[in-house]
Design a protein around this ligand. Structure first.
Ligand code: F6P
Length: 545
C-alpha cells in the first residue's frame, strides 16, 4: 500500500465515505438553509458555489487534513519560490512569476527573474502598439490586418482559448487566426482569404523544433515567399516566440524578431509569457496585463488563503473526493458562455497532460487513481448532446458550470434564457425527480405505465460546482484560468506525482519519425506488427500519386 492510501487522513476519508456516500443533497438543502453560505467562496466578483456536492462540514475538514498531511503548504511555497519541483526535467515551475504584478523579486538559481519578465513585457508592448496602430508596415508599406499564430498544445491552445473568450476586446482592424494541426486543412483554410502583404505570422514554440509547428511555419513561409518574392520581406512578416534562439535563427527568423521565454515556463502554462503575444496583439497590451493581474490575484489567494476557504484547493479536494472515493472517471467543464468555447479543450490539456501519470515522485507505481478525463463544451449546446448521460446514465460525472451575469452583446432575452439554463441544470442534477413527482406530472393513463414512469425518474444527487461572475473580462478570465492551474497542481501534490512533465507524449512522436520515411519509400513495409504493416501498406496503395 502506498503511503497516501495508508495515511491517517486517507483512511479517515474512507471511513467517512462509507457513512455518507448515499446521503441525499436534496435532504441536506432541506435541512440547512445556510448550505450555500457554508459552501461557497468568492474572489472579487467571482462566486464559487460548491454547495451542490456530496459533502458535509466533516468531509471538507477531512479533505483539508489530507491536503495538509501531503505537505501542500510547503509545496505551494516551493513552487512560488522557484524550487526545482519539476524533478524529472530538473526545472523550476514559475509561470506565477510571469504574472507577478507586485513585481516583488522571484529568485531562480540565485537570480531575480522579474527584470527579464518585465523586459519581454515591455518589448511586447512596443511591438503590439506598432502593429495595432498601423505603424508597423508590411514589406509593401501596408499595415497588418491579419495575424496567423502557429503553435500547438500550450503554444496554441492557450492563446486560442483566450482570444476567443476576449474577442469583444479585440481590434476591428486586426484579425487573429490560429493554426496548430499538421493536417494541411488547418493552414490552407486559414490562409485562403489572406493577403501576404498584410499578414503577420507569429510562430510560437518553446523548443522551436516541434514537428507540427515547424511544418506549418515552413509552409507558411513558402506561401508568403511565393507572393512576396523576397527573403528580405520576412523580417516584416514573421516573428518567433521561443526559449531557443539558435533554432529560431536556423529557421530563418531574425532573433531581433524573437520574443523570449524561459525553461521554467511549462508549455501548458505559457500563455502568460510571450506565447500570449497573439492575445496581446488582438486585445492590446493593457488588456493583456489585466489578464495577468487577474491571474496574480488568484495566485495571492491560492498562496495565502487557508485551505478551507481557498477556491483552487477546494476545487482540487472535491475532485479527489469523487475521483478516489466515488470512483468517478471523468469531470465535465461546461461554460455557459459561447466565448469560452475552447475552455474545456484548454483545461483538457492542462489537466490531462499534467496529471495523467501513474508513477509517483519516488518512482513507484501508484495504487490509486490519478487525473480524471476532462471534457465538455459550452451550454446550452452540451445539453442537447451529452447531458442525458449525466442526468440518467450509470456514471457519476461531476461538473463545473460557469457563466457571466452580463453579456458583451445586446440581446438581453438570449442572456436570460442562457442563464436560466445555467441555473436549472445544477439544480436538476442535484434534486432529480422522484417517482411520486413524476406521477404527479403525468396523465392518469401515463401514470399507469410503469416503464414510462421509471424512465422519467431522475435519481439526482449528481454533484456540480458553479462559478458566477459579472462579465467575461480579461481580469476574470485570468483568475479563472489560474484557479484551474492551481487545482491541477494541488491534485498533483495529493497524488504525489509530477504535474509538470509530459513523458507520455514522446513514444508516439518517436514512432512517427520511424514511419515517416517508410511512407516515402515504394517498398512494402514489414518491420512493424501485422496491423501497423497492413495499414501502412494500404495507405501507400490508396495514396494518389
Ligand atoms: O504535447 C507536448 C508538448 O510538449 C506540450 O507540453 C507543449 O505545449 C506542446 O508540446 C508544444 O511544444 P512547443 O511549444 O515546444 O512547440
Amino acid at each position: 500500500m502506498s503511503s497516501l492510501t495508508n495515511s491517517k487522513a486517507w483512511t479517515a476519508l474512507k471511513t467517512h465515505f462509507q457513512h455518507i456516500q448515499n446521503d441525499s443533497m436534496r435532504d441536506a438543502f432541506r435541512r440547512d438553509p445556510d448550505r450555500f453560505k457554508k459552501f461557497s467562496l468568492q474572489l472579487n466578483d467571482i462566486i464559487f458555489d460548491y454547495s451542490k456536492n456530496r459533502i458535509n462540514e466533516e468531509t471538507v475538514a477531512l479533505l483539508v487534513e489530507l491536503a495538509e498531511s501531503q505537505g501542500l503548504k510547503q509545496k505551494i511555497e516551493a513552487m512560488f519560490s522557484g524550487e526545482m519541483i519539476n524533478t524529472t526535467e530538473r526545472r523550476a515551475v514559475l509561470h506565477t512569476a510571469l504574472r507577478n504584478r507586485s513585481n516583488d523579486p522571484v529568485y531562480f538559481a540565485g537570480k531575480d527573474v522579474m527584470p527579464d519578465v518585465n523586459r519581454v513585457l515591455a518589448k511586447m508592448r512596443v511591438f503590439c502598439d506598432q502593429v495595432r496602430s498601423g505603424a508597423w508596415k508590411g514589406h509593401t508599406g501596408k499595415a497588418i490586418t491579419d495575424i496567423v499564430s502557429i503553435g500547438i498544445g500550450g503554444s496554441g491552445l492557450g492563446p486560442k482559448m483566450v482570444s476567443a473568450a476576449l474577442n469583444p476586446y479585440g481590434s476591428d482592424t486586426l484579425k487573429v487566426h490560429y493554426v496548430s494541426n499538421v493536417d494541411q486543412t488547418d493552414l490552407v483554410e486559414v490562409l485562403k482569404p489572406l493577403n501576404a502583404e498584410t499578414t503577420l505570422f507569429v510562430v510560437a514554440s518553446k523548443v522551436f523544433n516541434t514537428q507540427e509547428t515547424m511544418m506549418n511555419a515552413k509552409s507558411a513561409k513558402n506561401w508568403f515567399l511565393k507572393q512576396a518574392q523576397s527573403e528580405d520581406a520576412i523580417a516584416k512578416h514573421f516573428v518567433a516566440i521561443s526559449t531557443h534562439a539558435e533554432n529560431v535563427a536556423n529557421f530563418g527568423i531574425d532573433t531581433d524578431n524573437m520574443f523570449e521565454f524561459w525553461d521554467w515556463v511549462g508549455g501548458r502554462y505559457s500563455l502568460w509569457s510571450s506565447v500570449g503575444l497573439s492575445i496581446a496583439l488582438q486585445i492590446g497590451m493593457d488588456n493583456f496585463e489585466e489578464l495577468l493581474q487577474g491571474a496574480h490575484e488568484a495566485d495571492l489567494h491560492f498562496r495565502h488563503t487557508p485551505f478551507a476557504n481557498n477556491i483552487p484547493v477546494i476545487m482540487a479536494l472535491l475532485g479527489v473526493w469523487y475521483n478516489n472515493f466515488f470512483d468517478a472517471d471523468s469531470h465535465a467543464v461546461i461554460p455557459y458562455d459561447q466565448s469560452m468555447r475552447f475552455f474545456s479543450d484548454y483545461m483538457q490539456q492542462g489537466d490531462m497532460e499534467s496529471n495523467g501519470k501513474s508513477i509517483d515522485l519516488d518512482g513507484n507505481r501508484v495504487d490509486y487513481s490519478t487525473g480524471p478525463i476532462i471534457w465538455g463544451q459550452p451550454g446550452t449546446n452540451g445539453q442537447h448532446a451529452f447531458f442525458q448521460l449525466i442526468h440518467q446514465g450509470t456514471k457519476l460525472i461531476p461538473c463545473d458550470f460557469m457563466a457571466p451575469a452580463n453579456s458583451h452583446y445586446d440581446l438581453p432575452e438570449h442572456h436570460d434564457i442562457l442563464i436560466s439554463n445555467f441555473l436549472a441544470q445544477p439544480e436538476a442534477l442535484m434534486n432529480g425527480l422522484t417517482e411520486d413527482e413524476v406521477k404527479a406530472r403525468l396523465s392518469p393513463e401515463d401514470r399507469a405505465d410503469p416503464v414510462l414512469v421509471a424512465s422519467k425518474v431522475f435519481d439526482g444527487n449528481k454533484p456540480s460546482n458553479s462559478f458566477l461572475f459579472k462579465k467575461m473580462t480579461p481580469r476574470t478570465l485570468g483568475s479563472l484560468i489560474a484557479f484551474y492551474e492551481h487545482k491541477i497542481f494541488t491534485q498533483g501534490v495529493i497524488w504525489n506525482i509530477n504535474s509538470f512533465d509530459q513523458m507520455g507524449v514522446e513514444l508516439g512522436k518517436v514512432l512517427a519519425k520511424v514511419i515517416l520515411p517508410e511512407l516515402k519509400s515504394n517498398e512494402s513495409v514489414a518491420s512493424h506488427d501485422c496491423s501497423t504493416n497492413a495499414l501502412i501498406n494500404a495507405y501507400k496503395h490508396y495514396r494518389e500519386a
